[in-house]
Design a protein around this ligand. Structure first.
Ligand code: 5GP
Length: 118
């Protein structure tokens, strides 16, 4: 969980502009873009611009700003797609399901009767 940050991860490349993304929001603190393999329609991600692998090694002040932006973006998702529910989640460490080692929050809209497929 506490390995050094590795800047070769795909989200660092997206932030650097070296890999394209479908951006939905950006400010000084965060970048938000659509998940490339969405679990449902509207599945997007929010990442801090500051480098950290996971929630455990993130500066608390950064984290406070990021989660506030997660809420703001989730409200935008609700206003845009009118889902019936919204999952906000994140994973820390490979055994927990983390595959990209730059902190990120998933915002996953859920729809009555959906099967968690796009
Ligand atoms: P986690 O690390 O929390 O399991 O999830 C990583 C998420 O990043 C997955 O939902 C995956 O679909 C998404 N993802 C992986 N590679 C890319 C990429 O190159 N672009 C985008 N937009 N999403 C990606």
């Amino acid at each position: 969980l506490h390995a050094p940050y590795d800047a070769s991860n795909i989200f660092a490349k997206i932030m650097a502009g070296d890999v394209p993304c479908a951006k939905i929001y950006e400010d000084d603190d965060v970048l938000s873009f659509m998940d490339a393999f969405p679990q449902t329609r509207g599945h997007c991600l929010v990442i801090p611009k500051a480098a950290s692998r996971n929630i455990l090694d993130t500066d608390p002040d950064v984290l406070a700003r990021v989660i506030t932006k997660v809420q703001k973006i989730a409200k935008g998702v609700e206003a845009t797609l009118s889902p019936d529910g919204i999952v906000v989640t994140q994973f820390n460490g490979a055994p927990a399901g983390q595959t990209v080692f730059h902190l990120h929050f998933h915002i996953i809209p859920r729809y009555d009767g959906d099967k968690q497929k796009p």
